[in-house]
Write a protein that binds this ligand. Structure first.
Ligand SMILES: Nc1ncnc2c1ncn2[C@@H]1O[C@H](COP(=O)(O)OP(=O)(O)O)[C@@H](O)[C@H]1O
Ligand SMILES: [Mg+2]
Length: 598
């Protein structure tokens, strides 16, 4: 699968702009965020007051050798220390619950979007990429709101207040101490750009890794049977190594920044200390002022040092946000709730019993190579009302693709399809999918009970309908399951055989008694005996519907009233099985498997 373009490298991208897009989700908890920020601010400011009290102690009781004056400042120090601890705790406590709500909402939105996005979107995107967006990226964004967001604000304020205090205490020392700020700011902006590219790369590689894990877990039987697990493990290791390289690169960037962020101020502080001692010796400043100055400067070390990883983390959150919105911004143009044709939700007129019509239908997959011809090149086919039409053709001729057009999993690039005279693009997706029921080639069951799996085809159907559908599909084996129709099947439940799954998928397709039925080779995995039974029962269902049935075997073809043969993207012949056997050598070849001389 091709990776969608990553906008991380587009020049217009900005960390702040990306992060601002979280706002709609953060808005409901804005007061908690504000409260949490205020708490952290109070705690930090309490910490900043401590050096000023120290100054009073040094210049007062200590220099006058008067211990009686120590009590008040000492009590004040205790109160300030307690306040600092209390408010930092309050900050954490305040945000925990609201934040998990934000994460839940974002994840729910992502999931809902994934459900609504067209099949073409899912064709293009690797599932692991979507998985990592729904899990680790959400986590990154939540952590950003909990910590870096609050502390970027608080630490900047604390930094400014601290600098102001330092200037008030001794402006000459303050100038020396803030000199490194200019190179630091430049460095941070350089770092920001490099780091965000690396962070984006790491997240994408994480998604690729998840894809490998997912594919190998789903395909474990095939991998084992073909002895490919070692190859797969190698691929996994190679990808993991790549990710590790990216992570190391990130760590290196951060370490370099860190070295400068920690080293430069330290150097400046050392200089300030030396100058300060000289000043105290010359009596141009008091010992208490120097102590206060240095403790303030030391108290500012955390806000400055934290800048490195706060920036790093904000970057990760910004790229995670980009990845989140790549899915949310993906166009729904082809999606479930968009009615492309104008006009009301025109139901097929119950008076017009026209069946299904394909008129000049052309179709190609969006990701098909440009130099290949269209898969369907003008399909014209009329399935009369109540008729069952078999669709035959060589493997890869486009039969499955043609059936996917009816429920509008894909849209034709030209031509149109009508149901009882109504263009399917004029029907709402919901209505269309009520009318048309499909059993796909690959019978997929979900982790749910047999009942839930079958009733997906008609949520309102009652137990009698469920039993009828199971009978039609010859799925009586269900009765022998441990809990009957309430037995859990699918990945987390009981494993069923291919034929059993196919019969449940068939039951799902017929349970709603749809007006139009599409079956993609529904009997391929059945033994001859069961096939005959299903055919018998299916004959009754097909009698009441208009159906398109993809078939490979003569026995399935015989269920149909007429047969259409798809060759080179067009319907090459239509007729009864016997007519086609007589008139079409290509059809004879297809049905018998014998080679016919051209
Ligand atoms: N989701 C898809 N994206 C791109 N190409 C596809 C997709 N599904 C099928 N194809 C291609 O379309 C062609 C016809 O496939 P299909 O309709 O499944 O054939 P059939 O059911 O007749 O065997 C094949 O060449 C296949 O590779
Ligand atoms: Mg097929």
């Amino acid at each position: 699968m091709t990776e969608p373009p990553t906008p991380a490298h587009s020049p217009k991208r900005s960390t702040v702009r990306s992060l601002l897009r979280i706002w709609p989700y953060a808005r409901p908890i804005r007061w908690y965020l504000a409260g949490s920020t205020a708490s952290a601010m109070v705690a930090s400011l309490a910490g900043l007051l401590i050096p000023l009290v120290l100054k009073q102690i040094v210049d007062g009781p200590v220099s006058k050798h008067d211990s009686s004056g120590l009590w008040w400042p000492a009590a004040l120090l205790l109160v300030l220390g307690l306040a600092e601890a209390l408010f930092f705790g309050l900050r954490r406590w305040m945000l925990a619950r609201p934040l998990s709500g934000v994460e839940r909402t974002m994840r729910a939105d992502l999931y809902a979007r994934l459900q609504r996005l067209p099949v073409t979107f899912h064709d293009r995107w690797a599932s692991g990429q979507l998985l990592s967006r729904a899990t680790s990226d959400m986590f990154t964004i939540r952590l950003f709101l909990a910590f870096p967001l609050v502390f970027l604000i608080v630490n900047s304020m604390v930094f400014l207040v601290g600098i102001a205090i330092m200037f008030a205490l001794d402006w000459q020392l303050a100038v020396i101490a803030v000199l490194p700020a200019a190179p630091l700011i430049m460095l941070c902006s350089y770092f920001e750009r490099r780091y965000s590219a690396a962070a984006r790369l790491a997240q994408d590689q994480n998604g690729d890794l998840a894809t490998i894990v997912e594919e190998s877990v789903l395909g474990i039987r095939i991998l084992k049977a073909f002895g490919r697990h070692r190859t797969m493990a190698q691929r996994f290791r190679a990808q993991a190594r790549e990710l590790r390289g990216t992570e190391l690169n990130k760590a290196r960037l951060l370490a370099n920044l860190w070295a400068v962020i920690v080293g430069l101020p330290e150097l400046a502080l050392g200089t300030a200390l030396a100058v300060g001692v000289v000043q105290v010796a010359h009596d141009t400043t008091t010992a208490g002022t120097l102590v206060a100055f240095l403790s303030t400067a030391l108290a500012l070390r955390w806000p400055v040092e934290s800048l490195g990883w706060l920036l790093a983390y904000s970057n990760e959150a910004a790229t995670a946000t980009d990845r989140f919105f790549e899915v949310l911004d993906a166009p729904l143009a082809d999606a479930d709730d968009v009615v492309t044709a104008t006009g009301p939700d025109s139901r097929p007129d119950s008076d017009i019993r026209d069946g299904i019509r394909f008129e000049g239908v052309r179709f190609r997959y969006p990701d098909a190579p440009a130099d290949t011809p269209d898969l369907l090149q003008g399909v014209d086919l009329h399935i009369r009302h109540g008729e069952t039409m078999a669709l035959v053709g060589t493997t890869g001729s486009g039969k499955t693709s043609m059936t996917a057009l009816l429920p509008r999993l894909y849209d034709p690039s030209a031509g149109r399809i009508t149901l009882d005279g109504a263009d399917i693009t004029a029907l709402s997706r919901g209505r269309l999918r009520e009318l048309v029921s499909v059993a796909f080639e690959e019978p997929t069951l979900f982790s749910a009970s047999v009942r839930e799996n079958v009733l997906m085809g008609a949520p309102d159907a009652d137990d009698a309908a469920l039993q009828r559908a199971l009978d039609v599909a010859q799925a009586q084996f269900v009765r022998a399951l441990p809990q009957g129709v309430d037995t859990q099947v699918g990945e987390q439940g009981l494993s069923l055989s291919g034929g059993q799954r196919q019969r449940l998928a068939l039951a799902r397709a017929v349970v709603g008694a749809p007006d139009f039925l599409v079956l993609d080779d529904p009997l391929s995995a059945l033994d001859v005996h069961t096939e005959a039974l299903v055919e018998q029962a299916l004959r009754r269902v097909l009698a009441g519907t208009t159906a398109l049935v993809v078939a490979h075997r003569p026995s399935t073809v015989l269920l149909a009233d007429r047969v259409a043969m798809l060759v080179d993207g067009r319907i090459a012949a239509v007729g009864t099985h016997h007519e086609l056997l007589e008139t079409s050598p290509a059809y004879r070849e297809l049905m018998s498997g014998e080679r016919v001389p051209a």
